[in-house]
Design a protein around this ligand. Structure first.
Ligand code: NAD
Length: 500
């Protein structure tokens, strides 16, 4: 057993050298060994970091030229691309997802850095000459100051990257509060910003739990909050942040459905269900956890899924396995408790993830892929976001019955339809009340130049992440009406200005 290392805050261009009153253990979920002790910030320390960030914004970055910003962004993009394997290894060591999946996460985050490199174009305003006689009108977008990004455990690199490059490109200073379960990737990426030439204090990382989050949500110098996490905390963050005068986008939990119509290619659908249900051990906000099979195809589809699941290897993500562990032992136990709950409620346990061999040493937090059939809407395995490798099949009789279930669900993050009928797919994209829709694509995560976000309890606030919505979220609009005086000006007129 090796001694746990220390992970600490990074702000003002330096690692914090104080002594934390509280720390939190970080584990390798594939072995069950503690790998690090994480310093947790007090409200006072958060205040210090915010002051550093505010100074960096006010003294330069907020009014830096777009040429300077793009130079930093391009260098950051190159560094992230060069170091993506190292970052992926950090993710696997603390989150547990397999290395190829961790690399995929970094690559999707990299896309947002590439999008942000286009900031000169993205910030171009409008200009109208002679809106009124000799009066010109134009719009500009300006940075807002210090912004906070609070991220979940399940994408320790990608979720911060959804926001940070765009926020920085827009001229803001950032305080990132990563998940305390797997903080190292966020620190490593923050160090790349420094290497890329970003001035000290513009990108800062503060670790912590509720105390640090509350300090960010109530601090008067934090102007915007981007949050991603579970629905109860997302709602709390939204309500508290907006009550303190901030703009808030708070992305919450999910229960994503895949609707398979009888005309679908069932091999494609089975592959998709396995990939989207069990990738990253089901710990994805876009994971498919409810499969709606429109009869008469359920038996055949379940057989195909069962066949594929039987070939998956669960184990240590550094060993070329298909699926890694769950993030903590508590979470593994919670997910496992749903297996009993499902059986008690009358669902049929087709594949039991407890009955598997795991390719790992030590005492990792494993549960292999689990498949339920004959699940009905009132069961907790259907109602709750389990956030584990548990796929529930609900047998429905028609497209309409499937659609009604999806639209009645309180979450609305992602969904997918599998069909060869273009008309049905087109109807679905229009009728379904979900923010991100896949047509024969099981995990429809939008590319960086579109925006990521769900509906209903999957997002509080009205701005989605990255794309133009991200640029708008991280800037304030201003419209200038201008008249340059010439000899014809002057005269008194107390009426409301009219355009002539
Ligand atoms: P979580 O809500 O437990 O934690 C998210 C963040 O909030 C962390 O930084 C954590 O430190 C902080 N936090 C936790 N409890 C808090 C409290 N009481 N007060 C203030 N802050 C608190 O979420 P998680 O378990 O890390 O992540 C999994 C959840 O995130 C799932 O529900 C998943 O669906 C969701 N998620 C959603 C999206 C999306 O885009 N909608 C993306 C990824 C994950």
């Amino acid at each position: 057993m090796s001694t746990p290392t220390r992970i600490t805050h990074l702000f003002g261009g330096q690692s914090w050298d104080g002594t934390a009153a509280r720390t939190s253990p970080v584990f390798n979920p594939a072995t069950g060994q503690q790998s690090a002790d994480l310093d947790l910030a007090s409200a006072e320390l958060v205040g210090e970091a915010v002051a550093v960030a505010k100074e960096a914004w006010a003294s330069g970055w907020g009014s830096s030229s777009l040429a300077k910003r793009t130079q930093v962004l391009f260098r950051f993009r190159e560094l992230l691309n060069e170091r993506k394997e190292d970052i992926a290894a950090l993710i696997t060591a603390e989150h547990g997802k397999v290395l190829s999946d961790a690399l995929g996460e970094v690559t999707r985050g990299l896309e947002v850095a590439e999008f942000a490199c286009g900031i000169p174009h993205l910030l171009k305003g409008g200009f109208t000459e002679n809106a009124s006689t000799k009066v010109d009108v134009y719009s500009i977008r300006q940075s807002i100051g210090v912004v906070a990004v609070i991220s979940p455990f399940n994408f320790p690199a990608m979720v911060p990257l959804w926001f940070v490059p765009v926020a920085i490109a827009c001229g803001n200073a950032v305080i990132l509060k990563p998940s305390e379960k797997d903080p190292s990737a966020a620190v490593a990426v923050a160090e790349l910003w420094r290497e890329a030439g970003l001035p000290d204090g513009v990108m800062n990382v503060v670790h912590g739990d509720k105390e640090a989050v509350d300090a960010l949500l109530t601090h008067p110098d934090v102007k915007a909050v981007s949050f991603v996490g579970s629905t109860p905390i997302a709602r709390y963050v939204y309500e508290t942040g907006t009550a303190h005068g901030k703009r808030v986008q708070a992305l919450g939990g999910a229960k994503n459905h895949m609707l398979v119509l009888p005309d679908a290619d069932l091999d494609l659908a089975a592959d998709a269900a396995v990939n989207a249900g069990f990738g990253s051990a089901g710990e994805r906000c876009m994971a498919i956890s409810a499969l709606l099979a429109v009869e008469p195809i359920a038996d055949e589809l379940i057989e195909k899924i069962k066949d594929r699941v039987g070939k998956l290897v669960t184990g240590d993500g550094t060993r070329g396995t298909d699926m890694g562990p769950l993030v903590t032992s508590q979470h593994r136990d919670k997910v496992t408790s749903y297996l009993d709950a499902g059986v008690e409620a009358g669902a049929e346990l087709v594949v039991d993830g407890r009955e598997a061999d795991f390719d790992a040493d030590g005492d990792g937090y494993f549960l292999a892929p689990t498949l339920f059939d004959k699940v009905s809407p009132e069961m907790s395995i259907y109602r709750d976001e389990i956030f584990g490798p548990v796929l529930s099949v609900l047998r429905v009789q028609s497209y309409d019955e499937g659609l009604a279930l999806i639209n009645a669900n309180p979450y609305g993050n992602g969904t997918a339809i599998f069909t060869n009928d273009g008309g049905a797919a087109r109807r679905f994209q229009h009728e379904v009340e979900v923010g991100m829709v896949g047509i024969n694509v099981p995990i429809p995560v939008p590319v960086s130049y579109y925006s990521f976000g769900g509906w209903k309890n999957s997002l509080f606030g009205d701005s989605h992440a990255h794309g133009m919505e991200g640029v708008h979220f991280f800037t304030r609009g201003k419209v200038v009406t201008s008249r340059w005086l010439d000899p014809s000006h002057g005269g008194i007129e107390l009426g409301f200005p009219q355009n002539t």
